[in-house]
Write a protein that binds this ligand. Structure first.
Ligand code: BES
Ligand code: ZN
Length: 640
């Protein structure tokens, strides 16, 4: 392969023979050891994209899914919009772990014309950013086609082989948030850019491809080719694809669930209230603007509880408890259809606009569907968790609008954007009254629909709307404390639950030997009451008490993952062998980071468990998502 030297934006580049040379006498001389200037990030510190000059307006994806080689192979065509007043001489895209083959301009007659391009060096201090793809844009060029393939290590994709699924067929799913879309599509990977797209995806016969888009199939296509369209503009972190042996079951006129066949029945029951949930969401804050809302139940290695991919939330199977007790997670992902997907944080600094609003909205759905008692219990547990995190996090990390320059955006997903964000909105609600606050939120979602906004846009809007009428009830200093100061303001509205007082009393009495387990009326306990009970048993139990609890409640055999998780933590603390055996099978099966990471941490922190933890990890690793692997390896202090 001949290499041409070319200059883009003042920096020297190398490219394959196909790209056109752009020689320049002032270019640095590689032979003399001069290096091209590093490409700076754009307006978003987590993206190289220069979207203040030129932005993706529409995308056409064309991909072959090779489940054996674990690569996506094909091309993307980007329709570009030049921003008025900005002279865009180049297009800078985000890539990571991609192999770029060719970059062409698409002419009006669809003919291709080679463009100059190069992959810039990444920033060694910020490896998560990947490498900028710099494309020289001749005047008038507004369609660019990039031919590329992904690599098997792509951080945003998980490939499972047939031994790792229920159906025995291979599986693929993506996880793009926050900045992993760039590991499977070269694009402007910032929530500050929105675009529509269409896609063609080819998969092996008998498998189904689905996307966070319109056009999801309900039956396998005879030729394995699927096409999708997304008419509503979305940010890149919502790009989503999955492939597997999937079946579909309708729940309501605009809702349903996809799962591997043997999980479909249980999933359809568990999420049978989905259509009602959408109705509740609409009654609260206005129309659902995405046409359909379906769930995709993933294999247990899915690293999150849920991911709000538009029209098709991706959901862990671990919330299938058999009794619809963990459906707040669905309420959460559904709520993102307004807070996050409709009105989007412009950068990860403003994450609380997505997650805080969603956590608040989630609690309102839970209240509507299941009542205040359940909402208060779940809110109280979240608050207790937030309090514990406030003890650990630095001041800078406790701020809602958190400066993330130079940091991995994954670090921003703490309880702060979620639970402090929610408390802020609850406080605003308390100040102005629920009626005024709900009307405000409905208008807010409508006003900023399909836009990406930052914290200050929200504050400015708040000022001219809600506060124009209720200004005397809220001061600027109070708002600024919530948004820009660490900790919680003194007058935060703290969630409380009477039910927990009762649970706490029973636990105290049992520990004091005043009552027997049989005296505790657990028959009607909700998951939250069990969680409160088990949380209060931290570091106090003897092995005999563990056995007694297990004999009374079969906690080792619990089918509820939230209860099981806390029980497994107690098993590690007490070195309770039946629990530890269950822990092993759990860790080998489940890659949901919320559970796996702390379980590995707890186990590795004991004086007897570290080797055992590493041994389990080595066995479990092939099933884990790259994210779960990275977190587990950090917890264990080992190098992949
Ligand atoms: N958007 C998040 C998922 C996410 C988190 C993606 C961090 C990338 C980084 C999703 O909406 C979420 O918050 N999921 C939670 C569940 C929720 C009920 C708190 C989860 O997965 O645990
Ligand atoms: Zn969320």
């Amino acid at each position: 392969m001949t290499l041409n030297r070319l200059l883009i934006g003042g920096a020297l580049a190398l490219c394959a023979a196909a790209c056109s040379p752009a020689p320049d006498a002032t270019a640095p001389d590689v032979a003399r050891g001069e290096r091209p200037a590093p490409i700076p990030t754009g307006p978003d510190p987590h993206s190289y994209a220069n979207h203040d000059a030129v932005a993706i307006d529409h995308m056409t994806l064309d991909l072959d899914v090779d489940l054996r080689r674990r690569v996506l192979d094909g091309f993307v065509v980007l329709d570009l919009e030049r921003i008025e007043g900005a002279a865009a001489e180049r297009l800078v895209l985000d890539t990571r772990q991609l192999e770029i083959r060719d970059v062409n301009r698409v002419l009006d007659d669809d003919a291709l014309e080679p463009l100059s391009w190069r992959l810039g060096e990444g920033d060694p201090d910020q490896p998560w950013l990947g490498r900028p793809l710099v494309v020289a844009l001749p005047g008038g060029a507004d369609r660019v086609r990039i031919d590329y393939s992904t690599t098997p290590e792509a951080y945003g994709l998980q490939w499972l082989d047939g031994r790792q699924t229920l159906s025995g067929r291979p599986f693929l799913f993506s996880q793009s948030q926050p900045i992993f879309a760039r590991t499977w599509v070269p694009l402007q990977d910032t929530p500050g850019v929105r675009y529509t797209f269409d896609a063609t995806v080819r998969v092996p016969r008998g498998l189904i491809a689905v996307m966070g888009a319109g056009g999801n199939p309900t039956e396998p296509a005879a030729d394995g080719t699927y096409t999708f369209t997304m008419p509503q503009p979305i940010p890149s972190y919502l790009m989503a694809i999955a492939v597997g042996e999937l079946e579909f079951r309708e729940i309501g006129p605009r809702s349903g669930v996809y799962a591997e066949p043997s999980r479909l029945e249980a999933a359809a029951y568990e999420f049978g209230e989905l259509e009602e949930m959408i109705d509740v969401g609409e009654a609260l804050y206005g129309d659902y603007r995405w046409d359909r809302y379906d769930l995709l139940i993933l294999p247990p290695s899915f690293p999150f509880g849920g991911m709000e991919n538009p029209r098709l939330s991706f959901i862990t199977p671990t919330v299938i408890a058999g009794d619809r007790s963990l459906t707040a997670l669905i309420a959460h992902e559904l709520a993102h259809s307004w807070s996050g997907n409709l009105v989007t944080n412009a950068a990860w600094r403003d994450l609380w606009l997505n997650e805080g609003f969603t956590t608040y909205f989630e609690s309102r759905i839970v209240e509507n569907l299941y009542g205040t008692r359940r909402k208060d219990m779940e809110g109280t547990l979240d608050f207790e968790n937030l309090k514990a995190q406030l003890e650990e996090l630095s001041d800078a990390e406790q701020v809602l609008a958190r400066d993330l320059v130079g940091q991995d955006p994954e670090a921003s997903f703490t309880g702060i954007p979620y639970d402090k964000g929610r408390l802020f909105l609850q406080w605003l609600e308390a100040r102005v009254g629920r009626e005024a606050f709900d009307a405000f939120l409905t208008d807010y979602f409508d006003h900023f629909a399909f836009e990406s906004i930052d914290t200050e846009d929200f504050l400015a809007y708040l000022d001219t709307t809600l506060l124009a009428e209720h200004g005397e009830r809220v001061t600027k200093a109070e708002l600024e404390e919530w948004i820009y100061a660490p900790g919680l303001p003194d007058d935060a509205v703290i969630p409380q639950s009477d039910a927990f007082e009762i649970v706490n009393d029973y636990r105290r009495q049992w520990l004091a030997g005043e009552i027997e387990l049989a005296d505790i009326p657990t028959a009607d306990w909700t998951v939250s009451e069990w969680r409160r009970f088990l949380l209060g048993l931290g570091d106090v139990l003897t092995l005999e008490q563990m056995a007694e609890l297990d004999a009374a409640y079969d906690l080792t055999g619990s089918g509820n993952v939230e209860i099981l998780y806390l029980w497994l933590v107690r098993a590690i603390e007490t070195r309770y062998e039946p629990g530890l055996e269950r822990l092993e099978s759990f860790l080998v099966d489940v890659g949901r980071n919320k559970f796996t990471r702390p379980l590995y941490e707890e186990l590795a922190a004991t004086d007897w468990g570290r080797d055992r933890a590493i041994e389990i990890y080595q066995r479990a690793r092939p099933r884990y998502h790259p994210m779960t692997r990275a977190a587990a390896e950090r917890a264990l202090g080992i190098d992949g």
